[in-house]
Design a binder for this molecule. Structure first.
Ligand code: C2O
Length: 441
């Protein structure tokens, strides 16, 4: 099924998922946003925390959810498989949630860009000189796997696929019952595009950002970049009818317009008792491409994982691994400067971080405005604006090797990734399952 099944748990629960690989290539599943405290080897990141599960084999992920809750997701973290559909939602509940009892029902809306071409073809095009560094432009956008597409335009796409096109593909539908309050969990599980999310005639009260509760803020629309999540409370307080859910794709960063793409992606909220009609309220170069962090481009290890090397006591890594080591638990402040003309949503595995500054240009501690240290936002994926910066702060209190990377899939393939190695001594004491190491052979 697409998107994949919901994994739902309570904080402190043990999650056990047996993954059987029926693909032709190796895979691994990452539980995006899970701290994996004490179980770094269950983080599911190929080349870093494991070797891929070979075709035809199974591996059982088995980990305890830390004392964290909110909206997460899972996805393949092996080559570009998640772009082809290996994604699903992951929701953690807790009796400590401040909004508990203040809403009646939970609704998940996974929004994503969508490519009609398989990701392998797209990656090799993107990394070749032919692309001149412009990312593949999506053909469509989806909400929970659905959205119509104008089949007459398919042949004008950059990579005609010859796949069957269904001219009558439906929108996703969600039911509302007047008088109830809904918690809508919005997940951008796409590869490239950011969206603006809104629901016609309804206000959104944001209560959660990337698995972190926030002071409620009422807004009309929410900008959401790749891998980010928000929860918003929505009152079903409008006239019984049908209303558009809108995910407007931000196409500013698309170098090449795709004539087949309609960036206005939609779904329908249907109030119980409204006619099931279609009337909806509201208006209608020479080198190949690479990504660099401090002049180096990450290349995944083949046949090994950096975690296993650190477990053996290795402390110096090849430059291509972009390893930054923290010998003990400490507070780290990171300045990320974006020299590119597009925004980059950076995700840190295994942690949430404070966002202390986001702005244009570089950041200079003496000259730039002071860091915002009073009640800063905490999250796991931050958008670094084009030609701008972000300053984040986190504590290296989680032993393991954690990827920090741009979640735009094309950029990750281009090597826009750094590894943080926390507490090497604790890693050497890890009890890594033999079964996991055996997959490197
Ligand atoms: Cu959604 Cu490296 O993760």
């Amino acid at each position: 099924m697409f998107p994949g099944p919901l994994v739902e748990a309570n904080a402190g629960d043990r999650i056990v998922v047996k993954v059987t690989n029926k693909l032709a290539s190796g895979t691994a599943i990452h539980w995006h946003g899970m701290y994996q405290n004490g179980t770094n080897w269950m983080d599911g990141t190929t080349g870093i925390t494991q070797c891929p599960i070979p075709p035809g084999q199974s591996f059982t992920y088995n980990f305890t959810v830390s004392n964290q809750w909110g909206t997460f997701w899972w996805h393949a973290h092996a080559s570009s498989q998640y772009v082809d559909g290996i994604v699903g939602p992951l929701v953690v509940h807790s009796p400590e949630e401040p909004q508990l009892g203040q809403y009646d029902e939970d609704i998940i809306m996974m929004i994503s860009d969508y490519y009609h071409t398989d990701s392998k073809t797209l990656v090799s095009w993107y990394l070749s000189p032919e692309s001149e560094g412009s990312e593949p432009v999506p053909d469509n956008g989806l909400i929970n796997g659905r959205n119509p597409f104008d089949c007459s335009k398919d042949s004008s796409a950059h990579f005609p696929t010859g796949n069957r096109c269904d001219p009558g593909a439906p929108h996703a539908h969600f039911s509302f019952q007047k008088g109830l309050r809904y918690r809508i969990r919005i997940i951008n599980s796409g590869a490239f595009a950011a969206f603006h999310f809104s629901i016609d005639n309804h206000r959104l009260t944001v209560i959660e950002v990337d698995g972190v509760d926030v002071q409620p803020v009422e807004v009309e629309r929410i900008p959401i970049h790749v891998a980010q999540r928000y929860s918003a409370l929505v009152d079903a307080n409008q006239t019984v009818g049908n209303y558009w859910v809108r995910a407007d794709m931000n196409t500013n960063c698309f170098n090449d317009p795709n004539p087949a793409l309609d960036p206005s992606v939609r779904a329908i909220i249907h109030y119980d008792g409204a006619p099931l009609t279609t009337t909806v309220h509201g208006a209608d170069k020479e080198e190949g491409m690479a990504g660099y962090v401090n002049k180096t481009s990450w290349e995944p290890l083949r046949g090994d994982a950096t975690l296993f090397q650190a477990h053996q006591g290795v402390s110096t890594f090849d430059n291509s691994q972009l390893m930054v080591t923290f010998n003990r638990s400490m507070t780290v402040e990171l300045v990320i400067i974006n020299y590119d003309e597009g925004d980059h949503p950076f995700h840190l595995h295994g942690h949430t971080f404070y966002v202390l500054a986001i702005g244009s240009g570089g950041y200079m501690f003496d000259l730039s405005p002071p860091l915002q240290t009073k009640n800063p936002l905490r999250r796991d994926t931050v958008t670094i604006p084009a030609f701008g910066h972000a300053v984040i702060r986190f504590v290296t209190d989680n032993p393991g090797i954690w990827a920090f990377h741009c979640h735009i899939h094309w950029h990750m393939e281009a090597g826009l990734l750094v590894q943080f190695l926390s507490q090497p001594d604790a890693i050497q004491a890890f009890n890594i399952p033999e079964e996991l190491k055996a997959m490197c052979k």
